[in-house]
Structures are given as structure tokens and as C-alpha cells.
Design a protein. Structure first.
Lengths: 118, 205
């Protein structure tokens, strides 16, 4: 395990990643390389799950695009992720929100977690 | 040909410069010591004998101890020969993972994981016999016929059947070297490598 850790410390570019979990609404700004050109595409949706540990962890984002549910899996430490913006923290009672796949409209909403003002 | 003995550490995945995620195996390769140089004149063939890993002196036979002493080396756990080796090293010199560079294609030889007694479907890739329905049962993973009855009236030698699987020497070819960490003796190669973590492998090309 030390070897795996050492290799990732050498190879993975450490970026600032906001702490988020399943149920949060995030915008992932993803770099897309088209030939020589590079542009940024954003993908906004709810985090369905976070999977894995360490430098190979991934997370799944689900959004409804033109009435069709779209899910995308992003490697958390991918160099192609430009930035991750946390829009809303959701109040959910599960770590994996697969039940959202069977729902649409009102019942697929996630309540926002209100932050207590200190 | 050049080569080095190593120990399989485990697998992970790394991001390549183009952003693609690649599965890699970490191998702790070397440092090895050149123990003997064999030549056509003296031994009948050209080879470089290298040793890897530390062994206890009390567990090493006297004959081997003196063999190691000739190269001024401590007792080694693994000794292998590289036929027709292109590495130009003298006896006693050490061999590190730096003989390989990034982007190079290598072959990795190791002993595959033991699978125990396995049937023909897993061991030889048979498809099994028959269907699940139409009155059939117990035939889904069966080998089928193993030969004729009146002729040849026997089973041919080498007929593929169930038996012990794994624990064989396997060579995986054309793995790409992703990265070499000279300070820790780590080599990253793409894909998987035979054997369990901690097993001895030979990297060569």
C-alpha cells in the first residue's frame, strides 16, 4: 500500500477539491480536447454516489437533460477536471441515491440542507 | 535482450499526460547483482546470471554461498539467467530498473495464481454441453464426448479434461513501461502481470 501511495504522491496533481457527498448539487467543469483546441464543458447535477478511496476514487453525477436522465462518472483526481463547484448541499439519508433513477419530477427533488449560522 | 528480476507489488491506475486513466502494475525491480557471466567457450552458451532479494546466510547452501562470494554479493533469494543478454556489466556490479525507459515495450514472466481443480469450461474455455431446458439437466458445464466407442476405443493422449489449473509459468507480452521510479526501484507497466502480490517476476525485452 505504501508503494501505491508513493506513486500517486509523485504522479497525481493535487488540486483543491471541495468536500461534497451524495445528494449535493455540483457543477463539474470538464476539459474537452478537440484536436489542438481545448474547451471547458460543464456538467451540473446531483451527486448520486461517491465510490472508492484514495487517488482512484470516482463520483457519479446525475442530471435531467431534455427529460432524459443522464449520468456521468468522473474520476475525482482526473487532470481533465478543471474545477468542481459545490452549488447546494442536500439533506439525504443514504450514501448511494440509486432510488432517484426510478423517480422524476417532484419526487426526485432533494431538500437543501440549511446551514446553521454561527 | 535485457532483463531484471522484480517483485510484484500490486495494481492501481494512473493518469497519462493525455488525461486517460490507465491500469498499471507496480513492480519493485531490482537492484540485482551480476553473479556470473557465461560464455560459449566455457559454458556452451551466452548468459548473464543475476541475483535478486536477500536470503539468510544460514539457509543458503555452502556451495551457493561461495558462488555469491565470488561476486562479492550477499546471499540472494532468487537467481536467474538471461540468455544472450545485451547488458554490459561485470561480475559484482549491480543492475537497477533504470535499464528500462518510459514508453518501452517489455515482456513479463511470472508464475500464475493457482486456481485449484477446475472444470473444462474455466480451464480450457469449453462452452459446455446442451441447453438448460428440453429435458436436459446437469450438462451445462460438461466436457461432452471424449472419443469414439468402437474406434479408436480409447481416449487420445492430451485430451483436454478437468484438472489442476494455474501455477504455470506465464509470459505476458508487449506491456508498456509507464514510469520508472529509480529512487524506489519501482517500474509501472500497463495492465496485469501473472502471480499474486509479492511473487517474483522477470521483466525482459
Amino acid at each position: 500500500m505504501e508503494a501505491v501511495k508513493y506513486i500517486h504522491e509523485q504522479l497525481t496533481v493535487n488540486k483543491e477539491i471541495p468536500t461534497f457527498k451524495a445528494g449535493d448539487n455540483v457543477t463539474v467543469n470538464y476539459k474537452i480536447i478537440e484536436g489542438a483546441k481545448e474547451r471547458i464543458q460543464s456538467f451540473k447535477g446531483d451527486v448520486l454516489k461517491r465510490q472508492g478511496t484514495g487517488f482512484t476514487a470516482t463520483f457519479t453525477v446525475r442530471k435531467i437533460s431534455d427529460g432524459i436522465g443522464v449520468e456521468r462518472v468522473f474520476p475525482l483526481f482526473s487532470p481533465n477536471i478543471d474545477s468542481i463547484v459545490l452549488n447546494k448541499t442536500g439533506r439525504v439519508r443514504r450514501a448511494k441515491l440509486f432510488y432517484l433513477r426510478e423517480r422524476f419530477g417532484k419526487s426526485a427533488r432533494i431538500k437543501e440542507k440549511k446551514q446553521v449560522q454561527k | 535482450m535485457k532483463g531484471i528480476i522484480g517483485k510484484k507489488i500490486g495494481m492501481t491506475s494512473v493518469f497519462e499526460p493525455n488525461g486517460k486513466q490507465t491500469a498499471v502494475t507496480i513492480i519493485e525491480a531490482g537492484p540485482c547483482v551480476v553473479l556470473q557471466k557465461k560464455s560459449v567457450d566455457t559454458d556452451g552458451y551466452d548468459a548473464l546470471q543475476i541475483g535478486f532479494g536477500e536470503a539468510k546466510e544460514k539457509n543458503t547452501p555452502k556451495a551457493l554461498l561461495n558462488h555469491f562470494a565470488k561476486a562479492n554479493a550477499t546471499p540472494k533469494a532468487v537467481v536467474k539467467e538471461l540468455r544472450n543478454c545485451s547488458i554490459d556489466k561485470q561480475v559484482g556490479e549491480s543492475l537497477t530498473c533504470e535499464i528500462f525507459t518510459e514508453g518501452e515495450k517489455v515482456n513479463v514472466v511470472g508464475i500464475s495464481k493457482g486456481k485449484g481443480f477446475q472444470g473444462v469450461v474455466k480451464r480450457h474455455g469449453f462452452s459446455g454441453v446442451g441447453e438448460a431446458s428440453h429435458g436436459q439437466h446437469d450438462r451445462q458445464r460438461a466436457p461432452g464426448s471424449i472419443g469414439g466407442s468402437s474406434y479408436p476405443s480409447r481416449v487420445f493422449k492430451g485430451m483436454r479434461m478437468a484438472g489442476r489449473m494455474g501455477g504455470d509459468q506465464v509470459k505476458v507480452k508487449a506491456l508498456r513501461v509507464v514510469k520508472v521510479f529509480a529512487d524506489k526501484n519501482y517500474i509501472l507497466v500497463t495492465g496485469s502481470v501473472p502471480g499474486h502480490n509479492g511473487s517474483i517476476v522477470l521483466i525482459q525485452n
